[in-house]
Design a protein around this ligand. Structure first.
Ligand SMILES: [Zn+2]
Length: 184
């Protein structure tokens, strides 16, 4: 779902996309599955070529718990703030050539995304926000609606703890084994 930036008025325009209104259903389907999504955002021209985009998307993304392996729906609630700039000329093999989301800028300021031919691919942008929201090791939430989660391995980091004392094999006296031999 693309946004024609020429249609954004000087005072800006707010958008509300959801499963019900359907704008991004097709593009988000592979990453939210059957979960509901709600995206609210605001686009305002900064000057004749740059646009300010702020907003939030709330949804869930199907993941597999990294502790117990069951299927979970990881909650996503991501705010975003981007400056939309016209696509820059870059070599085809540059690290920015595959995605329109340039993310190696200071974490506290707005990030920068590119648009092409006065059109910004908002659906693709939301897709990437959701894709980046899930952690590398997603896990069942600690509790669900106030009840403890049904994670099969609920203790934090249990699988990854190396603090347990490992059994140490003591070198045995080679003749010790002889003590166990019963002579009939
Ligand atoms: Zn789990």
């Amino acid at each position: 779902m693309k946004i024609k930036l020429t249609e954004v008025p000087e005072e800006g325009r707010s958008y509300s996309w959801s499963t019900e209104t359907g704008e991004a259903n097709a593009v988000l389907k592979d990453i939210v599955g059957s979960n509901h999504y709600q995206a609210e955002f605001f686009i305002k021209p900064l000057n004749s070529r740059d646009f300010d985009l702020t907003g939030r998307i709330v949804t869930k993304t199907p993941e597999i718990c990294s502790r117990c392996g069951i299927d979970i729906n990881y909650p996503v609630n991501e705010k975003f703030h981007e400056i939309l700039i016209p696509k820059q000329d870059q070599p085809r093999n540059s690290k920015y050539s595959k995605v329109n989301h340039v993310s190696d800028l200071p974490a506290d300021g707005p990030e920068v995304s590119e648009y092409e031919n006065m059109v910004f691919d908002m659906g693709e942008f939301l897709h990437e926000i959701v894709a980046l929201a899930a952690p590398f090791n997603p896990a069942c939430p600690e509790n669900v609606d106030g009840k403890p989660s049904d994670c099969r391995i609920p203790e934090e980091g249990q699988l990854f703890s190396y603090n347990e004392e490992m059994p140490v094999e003591k070198p045995q006296n080679p003749f010790a084994v002889l003590k166990n031999i019963k002579l009939n």
